[in-house]
Write a new protein. Structure first.
Length: 267
């Protein structure tokens, strides 16, 4: 079951949605299907499915994994895009925790960030749906809207020719999700749980996408730091082809945590 999160899987259907290289598809790995994005033949799993699979391996305390939200006061669209991705991923964690207040706070943060990025019109229906569903604790509906929010943001940015910012949203979300997963796995380590982290092709994809970004983006201090951090994570994954060690999981966790602090503007 855990192998489904490896990006070395076969695509069983044609991508749909906007953009030439991305869309929601159904990906087959063994007997399990899950939604994901296909970008340059690399499958980017939808975040909610990652958390859903991890949750089946135990009952982690997701409330302990929630971070305090405070978006940086900046007009830097690169950083705001990275923050947006991490905030949406935070939404999935809040859903797993079934924390109504956290979901509401995140929904409002999504609206504020979408205004700063100039994509409020596209995002507002999803954000309002999240807030409405939170009133009745409709967790499946909330999770679906967070999935759709990420997809809508990527498609809207691609239409605006902001492909580099679209990638930043994905990277920010992946870093936050990986940070949460490594934290949970590290608190109750097992080789099976740690296998969820074995995504070297996905890390390769992000590294490659950063390399293709305009100079103004890839030379951005935060993006450069992320590129270096991803290289560290990739090295650990390459050394963990048989099995992860607790030390390897800890290093990935510390790397993602430091990058998320940098994205948030913390010294």
């Amino acid at each position: 079951m855990l192998g489904l999160l490896s990006v070395a899987v076969s695509v069983s259907s044609v991508a749909v949605g906007q953009g030439s290289n991305a869309g929601v598809v159904e990906v087959t790995s063994g007997a399990k299907n899950f939604p994901g994005y296909v970008v340059d033949d690399v499958v980017v799993p939808v975040p909610s499915e990652i958390f859903s699979v991890l949750d089946k391996l135990g009952e982690p305390n997701w409330r302990q994994e929630l971070r305090n939200l405070k978006a940086p006061e900046t007009t830097d669209r690169t950083r705001l895009s990275l923050v947006f991705g991490s905030v949406v991923a935070e939404g999935f964690i809040a859903v797993q925790a079934q924390d109504k207040k956290a979901v509401e706070d995140i929904g409002r943060e999504v609206i504020d960030l979408s205004k700063s990025l100039g994509i409020q019109k596209a995002v507002l229906p999803h954000a309002n749906a999240i807030l409405d569903a939170s009133k009745s604790s409709n967790w499946p509906a909330i999770r679906k809207e967070f999935d759709l929010t990420q997809k809508t943001v990527r498609e809207t940015m691609d239409k605006m020719k902001d492909n580099d910012l679209s990638q930043c949203v994905s990277v920010g979300g992946w870093l936050r999700g990986t940070g949460a997963v490594t934290s949970v796995v590290g608190k109750n380590f097992s080789a099976d749980r740690a296998e969820l982290l074995q995504q070297p092709m996905l890390v390769d994809h992000f590294i490659g996408q950063i390399g293709k970004m305009p100079n103004s983006t890839k030379n951005h201090a935060t993006v450069k730091a992320i590129h270096e951090g991803l290289s560290v994570i990739k090295e650990i994954m390459n050394k963990s082809t048989e099995a992860f060690t607790p030390e390897g999981v800890s290093t990935i966790n510390k790397t993602t945590a430091s990058l998320l602090e940098l994205i948030d503007g913390k010294p």
